[in-house]
Design a protein around this ligand. Structure first.
Ligand SMILES: [Zn+2]
Ligand SMILES: [Zn+2]
Length: 252
């Protein structure tokens, strides 16, 4: 299994970066986890859109899905006869995107020529070619779903956006790699009240309790010092710790 980071920022991209987006691949199966601002460019360096099996969205904050709008326009007007791309959304996601479409355009239906919208259910696995993606509900300001991705040999746990919670520990249990948000790391402003995110120390404590081999920190505030964030995590976790960045690729 391979993990490619397309973007690793919260809310707004930092210089040369993008918001949340990850390409997970096993053999010829390619699944995009989240589709935040600026992720479509890096994605196409790695895989043709026609070869993308699906996009799975963790939750309905724009830094995790707003490039679906760009994809819709490009796919609708740019590629004659292209098949729609399957997009798996959290419960309530289809009506959310239809509401967004109403605000953006008088064209109806807005999404259908480009994207086929589905909703997943908590705990029910999606079988996407050689990859199985199981959404696990975590705790955030809105409903949010971490993802456990498996290919029969390896397991990747992705936190989505969340506070420290037992659900996240269970999601990551025994995974090879935990890709965990660390919004409150590296000198980021502590402006979230109530807190809806993890610190690097929180992410590291989850890594310890879940027994993962490698921790990849992501979803950084755009001003965060990532070297400092990694050091914060290493105070609690002795395994491999890395900072995600657009362009980083890892083999599990
Ligand atoms: Zn976010
Ligand atoms: Zn969020």
């Amino acid at each position: 299994m391979r993990l490619a980071v397309l973007g690793s920022c919260a809310s707004q991209p930092g210089p040369g970066e993008a918001c949340s987006g990850y390409l997970v691949s096993s053999g010829d199966s390619h699944v995009m986890l989240d589709c935040g601002s600026g992720t479509l460019g890096p994605l196409q360096r790695l895989v043709s859109l026609d070869d993308l099996r699906a996009i799975v969205v963790s939750h309905l904050h724009p830094d995790h899905y707003i490039d679906l709008v760009a994809l819709r326009y490009g796919r609708t007007y740019g590629v004659a006869g292209a098949r729609p791309i399957d997009v798996y959304l959290p419960p309530g996601g289809i009506s959310h995107l239809r509401g967004l479409a109403q605000a953006l355009s008088s064209t109806t239906p807005f999404w259908d020529a480009a994207l086929t919208l589905h909703e997943y259910e908590p705990g029910v696995p999606l079988h996407l070619g050689g990859l199985t993606v199981r959404p696990h509900e975590v705790r955030h300001g809105i409903r949010s779903f971490g993802m456990r991705v498996e290919d029969g040999e390896h397991a990747l746990a992705y936190s989505s956006d969340t506070v420290m919670c037992e659900e996240l520990v269970a999601l990551a249990d025994g995974a090879d790699t935990l890709l965990a948000e660390a919004t409150l790391a590296g000198g980021a402003p502590q402006h979230h009240d109530p807190v809806t995110h993890l610190s690097a120390g929180d992410a590291a404590r989850v890594a310890v309790r879940a027994g993962v081999r490698r921790l990849v920190l992501t979803h950084f505030w755009y001003t965060a010092d990532r070297t400092r964030a990694v050091a914060e995590a290493r105070e609690h976790f002795e395994g491999d710790v890395q900072a995600a960045a657009s362009g980083l690729t890892l083999t599990l």
